[in-house]
Every structure is written in C-alpha cells, then in structure tokens.
Design a binder for this molecule. Sequence first.
Ligand code: TXA
Ligand code: MG
Length: 320
Amino acid sequence: MSIISKDIQKAISLLENEELVAIPTETVYGLAGNIFSEKAIKSIFETKKRPFFNPLIVHISSVDELETIVSEIPKKAQKLANAFWPGSLTLVLKKQPYIPKIITAGKDTVAVRVPNHPVTLELLAQLSFPLAAPSANPFNNISPTKPEHVERYFKDDIKMVLDGGICKNGIESTIIGFENDEPVIYRLGALALEDIEAVVGKVIIKNKKEENPDAPGMLEKHYSPLTETILTTDIASEIKKYPTKKIGILAYNTSCKSDEIVSEIILSKASNLKEAASNLYNALHELDHKNLDIIIVEKMPDIGLGKSMNDRLQRASYNS
Ligand code: TXA
Ligand code: MG
C-alpha cells in the first residue's frame, strides 16, 4: 500500500505521537518531526543516515513566531524575513535556550524558515510545535521534489508522505547567516542572490566547506545520483570521450541530437532559469533510474538561479 496521502489529520496525529511524516514545501520535500521530541529528532538522523554534526532547519508557520525560536534578530534579518517569508529563505540566528541542541548539532545558532506551501502552512498552524525537517532523502542523495521520490527512498521507514504535489521551486532554500549583524550566504538556493541583494545590499557568499566551518552541511560531494555524473560546458565534445558508454544527457535549453545518447532531458526549452531549477532534481531522479553508465550535465548560465543550480551540479559531479 502506498504511504502517500493527503490526510492532514493523520499527519497531525503521527507527529503528535513523535513519529515522522514527509511534508511538502515549495523547495523540496522534508522529513519532519516535532522539534521538542528527542525520539522524533533522533529518528530523523537515523532514517536519513545523516551525521549528528549536521544541524536541522526548524519550520514555523509565520514571521511572528521567529522570536520564539531565536533570541536576537539583526535588522537585516528582520528585513529579509519580512520580504521573503513564507518562502525559500532560511535564516541562521542565535537560538533561544530551549531549542534542543540535537537540532542545532550543539551550536548556539539555529536555522529557521517559513515554508511557502499551503498544505504545510495549514499543518504547522494546527500543530502546537514547530517541525524540524531536513530534505527527505538519504544523506548525500538527490533531494525529492515529488511524493513518489520520498516513497521510493523511505517506504519501509516512515508511515506517511503528506501529498502536496510537485515542489514548484524544486531546489533547496537559500541559507543566510550573520557575522557582526551582516548577512552571509551559507548555501545558494531557490531565492536568487540578486533578489536578496535588492533588499539588503551586497552580501558575501561563504558556501565552501573550507571557508565556512559554520555551515557544516556544505560538503563537496552531495545531491548525487548513483550514476557517475559529469558537468561540462560543452556536451558535444564530452560525449566523444565515451564511445562505448550508455550516455544520458541533461541539457539547459537545446537538444544535442546525437546517436550516442540513450536518454536526454532538456530543463527549459524557453531558457527560463526558474523553470529549469524546478525540473532539475526530477530530471536527475529520472536519469538515475535508466541504467545509464554516465550522465553528462550541461553547466547552467552563471546568473540568478543558474548559480544555485551550478552549485548543486558541482557537488553532484564531485569526484574525490
Ligand atoms: O529548502 C530547504 O531548506 C529544505 C526544506 C525541507 O525546508 N530543507 C533542507 O534541509 O534542505 P537540509 O537539512 O537538507 O539542509 C539544511 C542545511 C544543512 O546544510 C545544514 O548544515 C544547514 O542547513 N544548517 C542547519 N542549521 C545550521 C546552523 N545552525 N548553522 C549553519 N548551517 C546550518
Ligand atoms: Mg539536504
């Protein structure tokens, strides 16, 4: 029997019983539990096989709740929250003392956001506690943008995926921390850098492991298909290097029409980066299930959401 269901009341009673429910958001599906239940939070880490040093994002239902989670709100953080919540922005701020350390991996900061999905906003409004939710994929795998992706990963581990359809942004939230009250981007994401800078001015990006020990989740290899994945600016010449292999192609806006290709997905024929981002993970999931030898991915234009996609694709194709 499928674990995918639209029954919000069932989701509420599972969460109240300290169990996990996969929830829809506008970015990716999350694997959610009550932030105050040690049992639920431990189970999130175990189910995902996520190391305990990697902290979770707390999901709340409105901007007003922010002060119940964090103890200090810099001016620019409030400005960003007001501008983009509900939405694909996660703020990392000083935590309130009663936010459990297991959520924050022992840090005194906590990541928090108001997701922009009607089903999950309704769920959060009915619950008496916030939800901790990492992306609902096993550690390092591709994030889920459809209920079926979560079901495939976790049908033996969790009782329910709350069905909210396809995630319309399709890539994780942009994470912003603060140094001396100034915003610093820890993870590029569904909210374009240009949109953030329009609200708070120039921001620094520190999304590499070596430059930011404060963002423990920014691993060099991440978001990866099981199939070997290669990132290139020139698909045609990359294909020539692998004459004997079964090749899948993930292209930005044009088909490369080659006989060697077994399977090809074009992210946005209209050259629309928002559309491309929303299709990205689903395309990787599909190609990864076609028994290919390699997936060759075209680098996206390095502007707007293209920057966020290139960040994911670099990690997906990282070879140590
Ligand atoms: O769009 C999203 O953000 C999705 C949906 C479900 O909300 N969630 C998500 O969670 O992507 P996750 O756990 O896959 O990624 C959270 C990232 C990790 O890289 C983690 O290291 C970072 O947030 N993070 C969490 N708390 C932090 C903190 N206190 N300081 C620095 N980074 C933090
Ligand atoms: Mg994740």
